[in-house]
Design a protein around this ligand. Sequence first.
Ligand code: ATP
Ligand code: MG
Length: 437
Amino acid sequence: MMFHWLKRTMPRSLYARALLILLLPVLTLQLVISVGFIQRHFDGVTRQMTSSIATELRFVADLIATDGAQAGRAVATPLGLDVTVPAPALPQDTGRDWTDLSGLSVIAQLQADLPRFEAIELVGNDRVHVWLAVPARAVQISFDRDLVSASNPHQLLVLMLISGALLTVIASIFLRNQLRPIKRMAAAAEAYGKGRMVPFSPTGATEVRAAGMAFLDMRGRIERQTQQRTMMLSGVSHDLRTPLTRMRLGLSMMDDAEAEPLMRDVDEMQQLIDGFLDFARGDASDALEPVDIVDLVADVVGVEQRGGRAVRLHEVTGQENLTGDIPLRGVAVRRALGNLIGNALRYGSCAEVSLTIMERSIRITVEDDGPGIPAGLRDEAMRPFSRLDPARNQNKGSGVGLGLAIVADIARAHGGTLRLGDSAGWGGLQADLVLAR
Ligand SMILES: Nc1ncnc2c1ncn2[C@@H]1O[C@H](COP(=O)(O)OP(=O)(O)OP(=O)(O)O)[C@@H](O)[C@H]1O
Ligand SMILES: [Mg+2]
């Protein structure tokens, strides 16, 4: 319970947390020690001053009791004490403000030191009235508050504040320098997640440097693997094309009836190999460039429409979040959108495209009126070479099963994802291609 609360109120950045961990104990210690010290010092001085005034009051009161008010006043006035006889009515309470801590000590000390004590009233921080019982009459003696309360030790407080501020500045400069390498590594890792290679060299403390080296190693290995995959796939596909062409030639010279099924096989293989090549080119092929996303989507839809296909651009929302072009791999995004539209038209009869622009990402949605994909099969559909249950795909032409895998790959290269769901408006599949900006 307590820790939940702590978690919610703790600042989120590492910098602020480290600063807090460093400064909180030091400042608390400083505060506790100085408050304790000031309180004691203050209290002691107040009690001493009150005690000495009490001696004077006792002397004046005794004098009034024996020689009368006139004699008392003659002694009291030079000491800064005002004598009022007869005294005004006794006050209801002491009039002490709750913030007036030294007032407590003043009252307690006077009560203890004065046998004739009757009542006391503190008037703000300026004056003190004391009522004393002298036989036959009551006497009130007043004096300045300065005579009994020590004034605030301001220098100590100011010194404390200044040293605290100095400590904060020094600590924050040190911390900022120590945390900079971590921030740089986080930025490089985030950029790589979005498919961007930013230059990065590990610096800072040993542990941070080690983490940075590990990140570089990891990034290097992933890059090598991607390159190997690309090279292997495109090499294999390329090498297979020549024998295929030879086979096609050979078949075209054969008797039609025999050649027909073999020709279909060769065509299918050709399609497979083209799919391979597409997949291999994947995200590695083109670089990030500023792209007008609204234009791009409208253009892809326009091209499909000119091909006489039932595609329409439904709506574009969030254009107010758009400030200039967005860095994207334009060719890859076109291919992804083309694949989604191709699927929608292959498995349904019409496609509807919408674009939503958000502050940190964009979403391209393609909906269709086909059978959709049941929730349990959606992950399967996005895997390379997976074509769902053949019964669903009857008469749909022979796909390779790479379309959605390529789209998911392109989404990942942009730090985004491909989400499949049900289309509320059309009843078929809804594919959301989300790209980070
Ligand atoms: N819009 C859709 N409606 C219904 N099922 C779909 C839709 N899109 C994809 N599927 C299912 O998901 C499977 C995988 O799709 P994917 O696009 O990866 O491959 P494909 O379309 O079969 O082949 P290709 O590589 O030519 O695109 C398809 O075989 C199909 O069963
Ligand atoms: Mg497809």
